[in-house]
Design a protein. Structure first.
Length: 430
């Protein structure tokens, strides 16, 4: 049955290899079940329910990716997207988390629509590479700031805006230890390096941080506090340009880029294209909608899937293995509840550093490409708003191309996005 369903022989793989690849992918991304409730909990969402929603949407989205598209690609609530949801939309704009979930739902529906009519690939092709890179880098810098704040390494200061915190505090010391541990383990190619780092700091917190053990296994908490709590009218009232457009753009580049990158690593590209790309994109879009209904921020394909591919994963059986393991995680809710923010901070900072590696892909010799990219990346952390960073970047790109007589290089989709953001800033404000 598995041979017929996943075409194992055709993809030159077997059941054992696929399952080991699934375990590898799972270990590299299971940290999300600890980090996501921590981040969304800062937005006032019930952490226990978010934990359940995270496990369910990761399992469901990954299973659909495996069964429907037959790709070894796992899915879960996206890093960066959850930070935008919690810190920019809910805390920054004062929008209730229920309305923010409504915005995620709308963006997911838009994804399904543009995927079905074939516009998604056209939009991605129309966005210049420098801007795609800049959004990823900016998200990384935004995540880094959040991580350093959660660890107490960076604190507020009236005179200088920010300054170094008290590095003698146990939280800061443990976060630093966790970060170095993650980097070292990753360099030594230890599977689950991020998870090990989180567990290490959590264990240390029992001895030095006043944390208390609450058990390991239990029945899953109730998901009722977040299930079907999305507020679509509230999202529309908050403004499509302010929230939904940014969700849409970030999800667009994040998911599509990850899908192509992992497929390229797995040798699944035929003449540079994924032959089942549309199915993969529909699975991704459906997971965003399902996640908003369950009670979590946008779900996306995970770059960590590349670790499973490296271990030999080539089919959807790898993804199905990951899905089964995420379902099993539902019974370790007490463990997730004791993970303090400074234990997930090293994981956030490590992921942020990896996201900054894309800076080398910017065309630094062309100021009409590099300056908008820099404005985008710097705008996100310094305005503490992913939306404003993206807005400033697209407007800068269009203006500089126009002023230097290179307007023909700008694709129509960039003019549209820049015009929408300019309209929003002029008539609505930041």
């Amino acid at each position: 049955m598995l041979e017929r369903l996943f075409k194992l022989s055709e993809n030159k793989t077997n059941i054992r290899t696929e399952m080991m690849a699934g375990l590898t992918t799972f270990l590299t991304m299971v940290y999300i079940i600890f980090v996501n409730p921590s981040i969304l909990g800062d937005a006032g969402m019930p952490k226990e329910s978010v934990f359940v929603a995270t496990c369910l949407v990761a399992a469901g989205g990954t299973a659909i990716m495996g069964l429907y598209a037959n790709y070894p690609i796992a899915m879960a609530p996206g890093m960066g997207l959850n930070a935008y949801f919690a810190y920019a939309v809910v805390l920054g704009m004062g929008i209730p988390w229920q309305a923010a979930l409504g915005a995620v739902f709308i963006s997911g529906c838009l994804f399904i629509l543009v995927t079905m009519v074939g516009l998604r690939a056209m939009i991605v092709d129309g966005i210049p590479r420098s801007m795609r890179v800049a959004i990823t880098v900016g998200l990384g810098m935004f995540l880094a700031l959040i991580a350093l704040k959660n660890a107490g390494i960076v604190v507020a200061n009236e005179a200088t805006l920010v300054k170094a915190g008290d590095l003698h505090q146990p939280a800061a010391i443990m976060a630093i230890v966790g970060f170095f541990a993650i980097v070292a383990l990753d360099r030594l190619r230890v599977r689950g390096a991020i998870l090990i780092g989180i567990v290490l700091v959590t264990v240390l917190s029992f001895f030095f941080g006043g944390n208390t053990y609450q058990g390991l296994f239990s029945l899953p908490p109730s998901i009722e506090p977040t299930l079907f709590q999305l507020d679509i009218p509230g999202a529309l009232a908050a403004g499509i340009l302010n929230v939904v457009l940014v969700f849409f753009l970030v999800e667009l580049f994040d998911a599509t880029g990850t899908l192509m990158g992992v497929a390229r690593r797995a040798g699944l590209l035929v003449e540079g294209k994924m032959d089942r790309m549309n199915k993969a994109l529909l699975a991704d879009s459906g997971a965003i909608v399902a996640g908003s209904v369950l009670g979590t921020s946008s779900t996306t394909a995970y770059l960590e899937s590349a670790s499973g591919v490296q271990a030999g994963g080539r089919t959807g059986l790898t993804a199905l293995t990951v899905a089964a393991l995420f379902l099993a995680c539902l019974f370790i809710a007490p463990l997730a509840a004791v993970v303090p923010p400074y234990a997930t901070a090293p994981a956030l900072l490590f992921v942020a550093c990896l996201m900054l590696s894309d800076l080398g892909d910017v065309e630094w010799g062309d100021s009409t490409e590099s300056i908008p990219a820099a404005v985008t990346a710097l705008g996100m952390p310094f305005t503490y708003s992913i939306a404003e960073g993206i807005a400033f970047g697209f407007i800068s790109y269009a203006v500089l191309k126009l002023l230097t007589g290179r307007a023909r290089e700008v694709k129509p989709v960039v003019w549209v996005i820049a015009a929408l953001f300019a309209f929003k800033i002029v008539y609505v404000g930041t």
